[in-house]
Design a protein around this ligand. Sequence first.
Ligand code: SAM
Length: 223
Amino acid sequence: MDTAGSSTTASMAIAAHYDRLFETHHMSATGVEWPSDAIHHAVFDGLLRDVRLHRALSVLDVGCGYGALIGYLESRGCAPRRYLGVEVSRLALAAAQDRWPANCRFLLGDFSREDFEVEADFDLAVCAGALVHFVDPDGLHIATMIDKMLQASPCVVFNVISDADADAGYADPPVSGEPYVLGIPQLERVLDRLSGKWPTLQWHTHCAQTWPRSTDVFVRLTR
Ligand SMILES: C[S@@+](CC[C@H](N)C(=O)[O-])C[C@H]1O[C@@H](n2cnc3c(N)ncnc32)[C@H](O)[C@@H]1O
C-alpha cells in the first residue's frame, strides 16, 4: 500500500487547518474541531465503550491533538502507564508536550506515511477524529492508517463519518478537498481487505450521532 504521495498533500492541508484552529481556540474541544466539550467526551465514551480500561494501559493515540485523551483517561481513574501521541499539527503537539507528564511522549508527523514508524507493543491504539478528513476512492489512506495501528496494537478503536446530510459540507470539504464520508459498506470492504493480512481480525461497530447532521461509526478491532 503506498499512499504517501497523496496523503502528504492532504496531511499538509490538515496540519495547516488544525494549526489555524489551535491558534484561535487553544486547548479546548473547538481547538481540535469538536463542537463542544460534551461531544468531545461523548466521542471518547463511544470509542472506549467496550474496551476494558485499567491503570497499566499503554496507549498509542493517532491524531492526538493536544492529548485530550490523557485527561479523559485520568478522569476515569486510568491515567496511561505509557502513552505515545502522534500529530501533524505543530501547535497542538507543542501544547501537548507542555501539558502532560513525562511518561506521555509525542511525535510530530503524518501517521499515514509508510516511513513513519512507531513501536509495536501498545495495549490499545486510539484514533479519535483523524480518519474523517480524507477518504480516497479506494479507501487506501484509511486502510493504511488502520493497518499501521494494527501493527502497533492488538486492539484498535476509531471513528468514521458514515453518513451526513448532503448539504452539511462533509462530502466536499475545504480541508483536504476529498470527501469525509466513509459509508458502512465501503468501511466493510476496507476491513475485509485487511483481514487478508490479519486473518483473525474481528470488528464490532456501533453508530451514534455525535457530530451535527452526520452519523459516526465507532469501530473496535481486535486481531
Ligand atoms: C478531530 S481532531 C481530534 C484530536 C484528538 N484526537 C482529540 O480527540 O482531542 C483530529 C486530529 O488528527 C490529526 N491528524 C489527522 N490526520 C493525521 C495524520 N495522518 N497523522 C497525524 N495526525 C493526523 C489532526 O491534525 C487533528 O489534530
